[in-house]
Design a protein around this ligand. Structure first.
Ligand code: ASP
Length: 434
């Protein structure tokens, strides 16, 4: 019997998880059973993915940078990567702003619904405001200061500090390029082998992916708020989702125009990472799989993928920036405010920066939204309006974030002459233990 491709297995796991969630929510005590007996498997799955993130970045980035052989190549590729990342983010924010101004979803929120939503969720809003306030208090160069860790074990000890680990790995790689070959060879060979082990570990974790996403979605469904709230926010959610869909189409077209790769090839290659992004709401947790898929299935050579993707997972969040633009204007509309063109331009700038600053974890985009709101003079209490529906939108925007990273890595690889044929020809040959 032909083996089912991984993305189908994951999709089946997701569907069964949703079904179980719905079933268990329908009777008393069902929620607790899922929380006690199913959710832990989802948590274990996410933890195992996060476990791989730091060693993966260290191993693959050090290898990737040292393979470049000279420093000017590195700075050229770095500049190109950041530039393309910023350009795609600007496109995303602009799409979001145009859509929200055309659809005007905030105008359909009645005074009554607004008071009800703000009342229901104002406690949560405070938590987000506090988190954002501490980010805002820091000086203008804080982001730069945060880039350089004072202790590598400390930096690697928290998945939050991914950029610091990236900094160390690139720095180490540069050192490796500059020492004599006789000294660097054993170190490079070590990281080569280290990398292979990590990639195999990802294969093993992915065998559990269908079960992991099953548990995650079942828990999500039993813990989600009532559906009435979702209805009130329907137009807003549709606007965000439509924008995200346009972004996916934009990526497919970009890939086709610049690399000649067909949409089916691109989507087939990246789909397991997209499904994981959807189930985990975290680009950081998805990173190991994104790296594997882009390298093995989309044909991007490791030199490029190991450099472009970890950076992208932390700074390139097109889905998040699009969502922040739509959410900010939606809240303003719901409060009856008219935003001038100047204020909306300000949103382009702050949403771009806020998405760069958002951590690659669930809900981070909402924390940073506070800063966008404050800058534009929109009431922060409005966060409570969109709170109920944030998680499903988070799941979808994370898919876009991950797809955006994969797209840019293909474009950079193409310009560097590092886009080849996929390493895995037969989809079913992957993810098996031999
Ligand atoms: N969850 C998103 C990510 O990890 C960030 C966000 O928008 O909240 O990419």
């Amino acid at each position: 019997m032909k083996k089912l491709a991984l993305h189908w297995k994951i999709l089946i796991g997701m569907a069964l998880g949703v079904l179980l969630g719905i079933l268990m929510s329908s009777f008393e005590g069902g929620k607790e059973i899922v929380q006690d007996w199913v959710k832990p498997f989802g948590t274990i799955f996410i933890n195992s993915l996060k476990l791989i993130a730091v060693p993966l970045i260290l191993g693959s980035l050090i290898k990737g940078v040292s393979d470049l052989k000279d420093i000017s190549k590195l700075s050229k590729m770095g500049g190109k990567t950041v530039l393309i990342y910023i350009l795609t983010t600007l496109v995303a924010v602009s799409i979001g702003l145009i859509l929200v101004n055309v659809v005007k979803p905030g105008n359909s929120i009645t005074e009554k619904t607004r008071t009800e939503l703000v009342g229901n969720y104002s406690g949560n809003t405070q938590k987000y405001k506090d988190q954002a306030a501490s980010q805002k208090e820091s000086g203008p160069l804080q982001a730069l200061v945060d880039l350089v860790p004072n202790n590598i074990i400390g930096a690697a000890g928290e998945n939050k500090n991914m950029l610091q680990v990236i900094f160390f790995a690139i720095f180490f790689g540069i050192g490796l390029i500059l020492i004599p070959e006789s000294k660097s060879k054993p170190v490079k060979d070590f990281f080569d082998g280290f990398n292979e082990v990590i990639l195999k570990m990802i294969d093993l974790i992915m065998l559990a992916a269908p079960y992991g996403v099953f548990a995650l979605l079942a828990a999500l469904i039993v813990e989600s708020p009532s559906t009435d709230l979702f209805k009130a926010l329907g137009w807003y959610a549709m606007t965000v989702l439509f924008g995200l869909l346009l972004m996916i189409i934009f990526y497919i077209v970009l890939v086709y125009i610049f690399t000649g790769k067909k949409p089916k090839f691109f989507m087939n290659g990246i789909s397991p990472a997209q499904l994981l992004a959807f189930s985990t709401s975290s680009s950081a947790a998805t990173l190991p799989v994104t790296m594997e898929r882009v390298h093995e299935h989309l044909g991007v050579e490791e030199e490029v993928s190991s450099f472009v993707l970890p950076i992208g997972a932390t700074i390139n969040m097109d889905g998040t920036s699009l969502y922040q633009a739509v959410a900010a204007v939606f809240i303003a509309q719901a409060f009856g405010m008219d935003l001038s063109f100047g204020v909306q331009l300000g949103i382009v700038a702050t949403a771009t920066l806020a998405s760069i600053g958002s951590a690659a974890v669930p809900g981070a985009g909402m924390v940073m939204l506070v800063i966008v709101l404050a800058q534009a003079g929109i009431p922060e209490a409005g966060l409570a309006l969109i709170f109920a529906i944030d998680r499903p939108l988070d799941m979808c925007r994370t898919v876009v974030n991950v797809t955006g990273d994969a797209t840019v890595s293909m474009l950079v690889a193409k310009t560097e002459g590092k886009l080849g044929e996929p390493h895995v020809k037969n989809w079913d040959d992957d993810y098996k233990v031999s």
